[in-house]
Structure formats: structure tokens, C-alpha cells
Write a protein that binds this ligand. Structure first.
Ligand code: FAD
Length: 551
């Protein structure tokens, strides 16, 4: 959508073809975070950063897979892209200085100031168009209302802070007014606010978004991509593209053949576990990658990890439908740990979501299921929440009844109810508690770096991330290592042009987002590290296409 907006802005005619009924893909489901080192907002806030520092960090993390030209194009252009979006759309961002880079001790890492998130806005100007914007994950809503980045802390503290309580009441009132008028919640936030705003601006300038319109294949003329074959209203349409085709079909999450091939040595239950893959829309089936391969493109799977992991838990809602809840942050609250079926911890719970998934996959490689449990005691649940189980005063009895939240009066009873080894869990909790009271975690060093600390409770002493689990009842929630995005993808250059195995450009073809190989070489290095590059390379692709010769 950022490519569409930019191209339209530069005077090109743009059609966005979306195979599903609603557009927005995973981006609309996302938190709407972008990693933009050196943004205007960061500069205005007095944060010192530089292109070199950011490149040092990416280079260190990507290791042998570092592509300096692409990384440089990204870091140099992302701030400009962000300003362009703010100037030309209703989308607004907030700088979040409390989010350090995920490997804060690596060279070039920043303790905070490179991440922005998309703020909520009132989508009423979108009118009926709102119905074509992808819905949020149901588990990320309350009373049908989207809960965004700026709302999360407010909802969690509504039971103990008057200002939060009144803010929640205000949001609920707005939602009730929308319902009274028979319209969907008009306040959109996070990834929906991002995609909705980009789409609103692009369509108001003339871009057409054709939903229910899958692209079936690329049209080729003398080795150049000259357009695409679309399926629209039951008919095949040859769409000729004078400047180019930008692939943004979201990667290969639901291409079972490709993912099984790439992940054969890691996730044991790969291919069968819908919970692991269900965070990403089912329309993301590797189409862009397959079509580009047909045009002679190179698929680059030389990455540290072909996918990015995210802890995910499954909820059954009132209708019995499966609903997934990702646990990206907040795993290092005092009184909470995470264990495998053996009852043993496997990493510092404060680590980033991808590291958590990698560690779980490794820890469970000889087991049938890639699963872990978040475990806490009642005071911790009531104060902080755990995964989708809310804090006091919100009720959680329905989650116990549905089996999402397992309960036990003792640690042993909890383990037996949840299917965790009781001896292992008792032993782990016993040892963890001794050290947690002293604010230490000799096993995994939880709470010893700025990223862990950002996920703890700053008001808790002596260590914001550590507290014992000693006041029952005790609770557990089963989780698995889900897929949050894919890393392996098409080889592209610094303008997002798709490359052949010999390094030459497939003229007329661009790939962005998860269709292109990740600039991090297959690591998740910061919040917003997929959407930041996706939008920046969309912006670069459109500018390159606008400069190209009309065919
Ligand atoms: C819950 C969640 C939260 C996340 N939060 C963040 C975050 O805050 N920041 C961040 O950087 N990353 C985040 N991620 C990861 C991020 O959302 C994705 O990596 C990113 O949105 C992918 O963008 P994309 O443009 O590649 O694909 P998508 O946004 O998935 O778009 C691809 C679109 O292409 C369509 N399509 C597929 N095939 C065809 C075809 N043949 N013809 C026409 N259309 C087709 C699909 O239907 C889809 O709508 C999050 C992921 C999840 C699951």
C-alpha cells in the first residue's frame, strides 16, 4: 500500500489487486510498529543516532547474510518515507523511546528511540470503505473495539489507576455510540490505522483497490514483466503495467510445501499445527514468490531462520471458534515464568518473541509438540495479566472454564491439571523463588539487560523482572512457537527490483514485504523490523518505477 500511495503521488495510475474480500493482510492485523532509526521524531526528541550506527547493528545481526546496499537504502530512506506518509495521509505515528533494540548489547544497538507505532484515528472519512479493511485479530479487541498500542497499558491498569479507568470508560462510550448508530467501531488503531490511512489517501488520489481479485501469473514480454493476469468477477483480465508490477503478497506462511521444506529440521509439528501458522492470514500462500520464480527470479533461503517466531496461545471464543493471541511482550513480569512440558525453563522470559520461539523449538526438538506453558501465581495474574488472561478487576472465570487458563491450588496440582511434569515444575518454581526474592536469575540472567527490563515492572524491587510465585492458586496457559512473519524470500536490490540467480534485474518486477528476503538475514532485531522495511522498499520501488521508461 505504501508503493501504491507513492506511485499515485508521483502521477502513475495504480491498481492494487487483493485476492481476499478485505485488504490489509498481516499488516492490518499487526501492531503497526515501524523500526525507523533517525526519524524526524527521534531527532526532535534529541535522540542521537546515525546511519552508521544503525548499519553497524544490522550488519552485526545479519552476519554472513548482510547486504549492505539494501540495508543502507533502507536506513537512509526510512525517515524520509515516514515524513512522506505523515504529510500525505491521515496516519500519525508516536515515537516510543521505551523500546530498546532486541539485542541491546550488540554493537550499534539503541536503548530506545528507533521505534514508532501507528496511532489511532477516527476512520469515519473512510465511510463504507472501512468494511473492506481487514478486521483485527478478535483476541485483540474488547467489546468489538480494537485495543491498540496506546490503549494496552490503560486497559491493564484500569483497576488501579483512576485516569486509566476514565480513559477506558471514554473509549467504551465512543464504541457504544458507534453501535447505537449501527456502524462498526470507527476508531481504528495499530496496523489497521496504518493500512486504512494509506488506503484512504491512495484511493482519494485515484488508486483503485480491487478486492476478491487474485493475481494468477505475471505477463512476460522479452524477459520483462509487462503486467499480470488477474481473476476478477469470474473472468481472467490481462492487466498491462507500463511501469511495473510490485509483488506484496505477504511471503509463504501458508505455502505448506515451501515451509515444510525450509523448516524440516526445526518445528517438530510443522505443517500440522494451525495454531503456529494462524496468526497470518490464510490468503498468504506464497503466490508472489511462485510467480516471480516463473519469471526467472531467485528465491533466497540463505538466512539464519526462514521465519520469525512469536509465542502464540489459542483461545476458544463463545462460538467455539479458534482465536489466537500472540504474546509479543510482557513475559517478564514478577511472579511469572515459562516452562516446557518437563517443567523446566528454557530462556529468559524477558527476551524478544523470536528468541523465545527459537529457544522453545530447540528445547523441544525431541518432543512431539513444540509447546510451553506460561505459569504464574494469583497476585501476579491480578496485577499484570498473563497472555490473554486479564488483570483484576476483569473476570477470567470463562477462561478457566474453556480450558485456556489451567488452575491448581498448589504448583503440583497445577502441573497435573496442565500436563506438565509435576516434579520438574515444583523443582523449577522452588529454585526460581529463592533467587527471585534476591532479584537474581542465575540460570538465564533475566532482568539483566535493558530489553528484559522494559518488559518488567519498573515499580518492582529489587529486580523489575523477578518475583516469586508463592501465593496460590497458580495458573498456566499453553503456548506454542507461532509464525509472525517469514524471512526467506525473493532476492531484491536497493530499489526492490527482483533479481535473477546471476544478479541481473527482472525488468518491470519489484518485491516488497515478506515477498522479499529480510534485510536482517533472517533475524528479528527490533520492533517494527518487518513493516519498516516493507513500507520503505514500497516507497523506493514506486519511485524507481516512476523514473523508469514507459513501456
Ligand atoms: C499479530 C501480529 C502483529 C505484528 N506486528 C508487527 C509490527 O507491529 N511491526 C512489524 O514490523 N511487524 C509486525 N508483524 C509482522 C508483520 O505484520 C508482517 O510481517 C507484515 O505485515 C507482512 O507485510 P506484507 O506486506 O509482506 O504482507 P501482508 O500485509 O500480509 O499483505 C499481503 C496481502 O497479499 C494478498 N495476496 C496474497 N496472494 C495474493 C495474490 N495472488 N493476489 C492478490 N493478493 C494476494 C494477501 O491476501 C494479503 O492481503 C506482526 C505480525 C502479526 C501476526
Amino acid at each position: 500500500m505504501s508503493a501504491a500511495l507513492t506511485a499515485q503521488h508521483l502521477g502513475l495510475s495504480v491498481i492494487v489487486a487483493e485476492k481476499e474480500e478485505q485488504y490489509g493482510g498481516a499488516t492490518a492485523r499487526s501492531g503497526g510498529w515501524l523500526w525507523v532509526p533517525g526519524s524526524s521524531m527521534a531527532k526532535a526528541a534529541g535522540i542521537r543516532d546515525s546511519v552508521d550506527e544503525a548499519l553497524t547493528y544490522i550488519g552485526h545481526e545479519a552476519g554472513p547474510y548482510f547486504n549492505k546496499a539494501r540495508a543502507k537504502a533502507y536506513v537512509e530512506t526510512a525517515p524520509e518515507m515516514l515524513d512522506f506518509v505523515v504529510e500525505n495521509t491521515p496516519v500519525r505515528f508516536e515515537l516510543f523511546t521505551g523500546m530498546p533494540d532486541y539485542h541491546p548489547n550488540s554493537p550499534g544497538a539503541s536503548p530506545g528511540g528507533r521505534c514508532v507505532y501507528t496511532k489511532a484515528w477516527n476512520s469515519r472519512p473512510m465511510g463504507n470503505e472501512l468494511s473492506r479493511l481487514r478486521q483485527p485479530l478478535q483476541s485483540m479487541t474488547a467489546f468489538g473495539m480494537q485495543i491498540g498500542n496506546e490503549d494496552l497499558a490503560t486497559f491493564v491498569t484500569a483497576g488501579r489507576k483512576l485516569s486509566s479507568f476514565f480513559r477506558v470508560m471514554q473509549l467504551l462510550l465512543g464504541n457504544t455510540v458507534d453501535r447505537f448508530h449501527g456502524r462498526p467501531p470507527s476508531r481504528i488503531t495499530s496496523g489497521r490505522a496504518l493500512i486504512g490511512g494509506l488506503a484512504q489517501a491512495a484511493t482519494s488520489k485515484g488508486t483503485q483497490i480491487w478486492t476478491n481479485t487474485p493475481v494468477r501469473r505475471l505477463l512476460l514480454e522479452n524477459g520483462r514483466v509487462s503486467g499480470a493476469l488477474l481473476e476478477r468477477n469470474g473472468r481472467h483480465v490481462n492487466l498491462l503495467a507500463r511501469r511495473g508490477v510490485v509483488l506484496a503478497t505477504g511471503g509463504f506462511a501458508h505455502d505448506t510445501q515451501l515451509r515444510n521444506q525450509l523448516l524440516k529440521d526445526s518445528m517438530t509439528d510443522v505443517g500440522t499445527n494451525q495454531v503456529a501458522w494462524g496468526l497470518l492470514p490464510f490468503g498468504v500462500t506464497g503466490d508472489g514468490i511462485r510467480m516471480a520464480n516463473g519469471a526467472g527470479a531467485r528465491f533466497d533461503d540463505k538466512v539464519t531462520e526462514p521465519i520469525a517466531y512469536s509465542p502464540v496461545t489459542r483461545i476458544f471464543n463463545a462460538e467455539g471458534d479458534l482465536s489466537l493471541f500472540p504474546v509479543f511482550v510482557g513475559r517478564a513480569k514478577p511472579g511469572q515464568i515459562c516452562v516446557t512440558r518437563s517443567g523446566r525453563r528454557f530462556i529468559s522470559e524477558g527476551c524478544n518473541y523470536h528468541a523465545w520461539g527459537e529457544a522453545l523449538v530447540k528445547a523441544t526438538k525431541d518432543e512431539d509438540e513444540t509447546v510451553a506453558w506460561f505459569v504464574c501465581d494469583k497476585p501476579s495474574l491480578q496485577l499484570y495479566r498473563m497472555a490473554a488472561a486479564p488483570p483484576w478487576p476483569m473476570p477470567f472465570g470463562h477462561l478457566v472454564r474453556s480450558g485456556y487458563l489451567k488452575q491448581g491450588n498448589t504448583v503440583r496440582e497445577l502441573a497435573e491439571n496442565a500436563g506438565i511434569d509435576p516434579d520438574g515444575l515444583e523443582d523449577t518454581v522452588g529454585q526460581f523463588n529463592v533467587h527471585a526474592r534476591e532479584g537474581r536469575d542465575p540460570e538465564f540472567g533475566r532482568g539483566e539487560n535493558v530489553y528484559d527490563l522494559a518488559n518488567g515492572d519498573p515499580d518492582h524491587r529489587p529486580n523489575p523482572c523477578l518475583g516469586p510465585l508463592d501465593r496460590g492458586p497458580f495458573f498456566a496457559i499453553k503456548a506454542t512457537a507461532g509464525c509472525g512473519s517469514t524471512h526467506a524470500g525473493l532476492s531484491t536490490d536497493e530499489n526492490a527490483c527482483v533479481l535473477r540467480p546471476d544478479g541481473s534485474v527482472v525488468d518491470g518486477l519489484y518485491a516488497v514485504g515478506n515477498d522479499a528476503v529480510a534485510i536482517t538475514g533472517g533475524k528479528i532485531i527490533a520492533g517494527g523490523i518487518t513493516i519498516g522495511p516493507a513500507m520503505t522498499f514500497g516507497y523506493l520501488a514506486a519511485r524507481h518505477a516512476a523514473r523508469s521508461t514507459v513501456q
